[in-house]
Design a protein around this ligand. Structure first.
Ligand SMILES: O=C(O)CCC(=O)C(=O)O
Ligand SMILES: [Fe+2]
Length: 466
């Protein structure tokens, strides 16, 4: 039901205050996932409601403005991604729902708390994705808060109670579901749906012989556990590692050696410090930002698709401009590899909870389908990866190797290098790695996947590496 004119007017200062916060420093405001999620939700869900309140002739100009922005407003996919990002942050870093809601992210308190509508959006997202058990926590918090908030644009209490009851029912928690349905019936005693639901739950309670049968939580796999622990920096195993100057990969390094830090020996992973200047990073980000595209990597899981990567990316040719040519030469100096043939650079941006699940960069050409082999074989497999960090990340966003326990926190200007293939050309499964969800901040990286072609004299096939 539309709210009264005086009520909508009283909400305007609230909107203005929030907009002013965002305008003061947009990057700072949006680097907090709770602000970003809330803004996406407000623009996707609340703005269409505001449009309904604009009555002619007072609202014609506003309506015209509104319609001209319509195509730029966040879509349902954006809201989906924002909710999924918040859920991912919570799960990977094992945060508490109550803490997130109050703006406390992994021990840091931010000046923000989620509104009941923001909380409901996350609960709704989970409930509709069959994650009812997780959804219950958010929906219960939304119910608790609704009581203390003015109605304004908030969702109706009945809607939240209904969804919460359905989630409890799905989780076989019948008595809780029943008490929620009773609450719904107090608000709308005549609604047939609730009367039938009460009947159904009562029957389930009568039929049940051994008390509530709670669903079992699936056990977490060892690798998943290692992934989470590495994201939290709790698996660092490296000992006896060295820092040194690399003077020798190419003759040029005699003049300008690189600062090299070993991250681990198995697999061999090194960090090169200060290889990209702040100006170069800024230029690369600017270049990519002008034409970023959502880049999802999907994995079929039964009848559904699981999103393995939530980022935006742009591919850039190595010969694109002087800067990309210069960086290509630098990679040659860092690795010794020939980069004449191969892939373009990929510049990647991770937003709210942006991540890249565990994966290996190589294709394993013996396994990929026949049709794709010809193209892949032309360049060979991805022998090595160079990952440039173009930005710092305030919280989260580490690159991790869960099998070896390496955690590398992004630092603008450094580059990570590892070999995906053993020296005998076989793939090295211990290079399994991932990008942990960004908690706060915006992560920018640039990847160069170096192919085997052209490297036969630089890194000749040797016996299996030790
Ligand atoms: O961004 C990261 O930390 C890892 C990126 C990555 O693994 C990739 O792009 O292949
Ligand atoms: Fe990768």
């Amino acid at each position: 039901m539309p709210m009264s004119w005086s009520k909508s007017c009283s909400y305007i200062p609230v909107l203005r205050a929030e907009n002013a916060k965002g305008r003061k420093d947009a990057m700072f405001y949006l680097s907090n996932p709770l602000n970003a999620h809330s803004l996406i939700r407000r623009l996707h869900q609340d703005w269409p409601k505001w449009r309904i309140y604009m009555i002619q002739p007072v609202g014609t100009v506003q309506i015209r403005n509104f319609d001209s922005w319509k195509t730029d407003l966040p879509t349902s996919t954006d809201l989906f991604d924002a909710c999924a990002g918040i859920v991912r942050i919570k799960n990977i870093y094992e945060l508490k729902v109550e803490d997130i809601i109050q703006g406390k992210i992994d021990g840091c308190q931010y000046n923000f708390s989620m509104s009941s509508t923001d909380i409901f959006a996350v609960g709704y997202h989970l409930a509709k994705r069959k994650a009812e058990l997780e959804g219950i926590q958010w929906l219960q918090e939304a119910v608790n808060r609704l009581r203390n908030e003015p109605p304004l644009l908030a969702i109706a209490e009945l809607e939240v109670l209904k969804l919460l009851a359905e989630c409890h029912l799905n989780e076989n928690k019948y008595s809780k579901a029943l008490s929620l349905v009773e609450k719904c019936l107090k608000i709308e005693p005549q609604r047939g749906y609730f009367i039938r639901l009460r009947h159904k739950i009562n029957k389930l309670i009568r039929d049940q012989t051994n008390g509530t049968i709670e669903k079992e939580k699936p056990l977490e796999k060892t690798l998943e556990k290692a992934f989470k622990l590495s994201c939290r920096g709790l698996l660092n195993t490296s000992t006896k590692l060295h820092c040194s100057y690399n003077f020798s990969t190419t003759p040029f390094l005699r003049f300008a050696p690189f600062k090299m830090e070993q991250v681990g020996l198995n697999p061999y992973v090194v960090l090169y410090h200060d290889v990209i200047s702040p100006q170069e990073s800024a230029q690369l980000i600017e270049l990519a930002a002008s034409d970023l595209k959502a880049s999802g990597v999907f994995q079929a899981k039964g009848s559904t698709f699981k999103r393995l990567r939530t980022v935006k990316a742009r591919w850039i040719k190595k010969e694109f401009n002087e800067l990309t040519k210069r960086i290509t030469r630098r990679i040659r100096d860092m690795t010794g590899f020939d980069l004449k043939e191969g892939e373009k650079f990929q510049i990647i941006n991770y937003g709210i909870g942006g991540h890249y699940n565990m994966h290996k960069d190589y294709f394993n050409l013996t396994k990929i389908p026949y049709k794709e082999v010809a193209l892949a074989k032309h360049f060979g497999d991805r022998i090595a990866t160079v990952l440039f960090y173009l930005s710092d990340v305030e919280q989260g966003g580490a690159t991790v190797f869960p099998m070896s326990g390496y955690t590398i926190y992004p630092r603008a200007g450094t580059a990570l290098l590892w070999y995906n293939l053993h020296t005998d050309g076989h793939c090295d499964p211990s290079t399994l790695h991932a990008a942990c969800p960004v908690m706060v901040g915006s992560k920018w990286v640039m990847t160069e996947w170096i192919r085997e072609r052209g490297q036969m004299f630089i890194r000749p096939c040797l016996k299996p590496s030790a």
